[in-house]
Write a protein of this length. Structure first.
Length: 153
């Protein structure tokens, strides 16, 4: 849908822009595991429309409504005892209308493969947090979950 925005306190005081309304709720989730006693999360290197410098580090799973992902079933089937964070958040961001994501932090089960495809890597929360200071390396979805991770884990 098209919208006209007026914001007299902004650098540009009015503009028009399209807003996209998704057809359902997306999923954004980190799978976490203790490797050699240290908490790690599984990240995915992924390029999305609008990425300035190539792929960014994203959560283990980041699916728009209707998409699938190899780890989606593991995240959604996790028993409550392994779900450390589960909240529905709005992802308006000036581009979307009523876009919502279910954000999760899920402990890996005993059946979760620690060997991962080339697109995924295990990282500590500290490593991921340090990369956020360098610009376009960590996607907004991963930064959102990273902000919640210390309290949840």
């Amino acid at each position: 849908m098209g919208t006209r925005v007026e914001a007299p306190t902004r650098e540009v005081t009015s503009w028009t822009q399209p807003l996209v309304e998704p057809s359902g709720t997306g999923v954004s989730a980190f799978v976490a595991a203790r490797l050699d006693g240290v908490l790690h999360v599984l990240v995915e290197a992924r390029e999305e429309p609008g990425s300035l410098n190539g792929p960014e580090l994203m959560p283990t799973v980041h699916c728009l409504p209707g998409e699938t992902h190899p780890y989606l079933g593991h995240v959604l089937a996790a028993p409550p005892s392994r779900v450390r964070y589960d909240v529905l958040l709005s992802e308006e961001g000036g581009r979307f209308h009523h876009a919502r994501y279910r954000n999760l932090l899920v402990e890996a089960g005993d059946d979760f493969p620690l060997d991962t495809p080339d697109s995924h890597r295990w990282m500590t929360l500290g490593q991921l947090a340090r990369l956020t200071g360098f610009g376009q390396y960590v996607g907004i979805q991963a930064r959102t979950l990273l902000a919640c991770a210390p309290a949840a884990m």
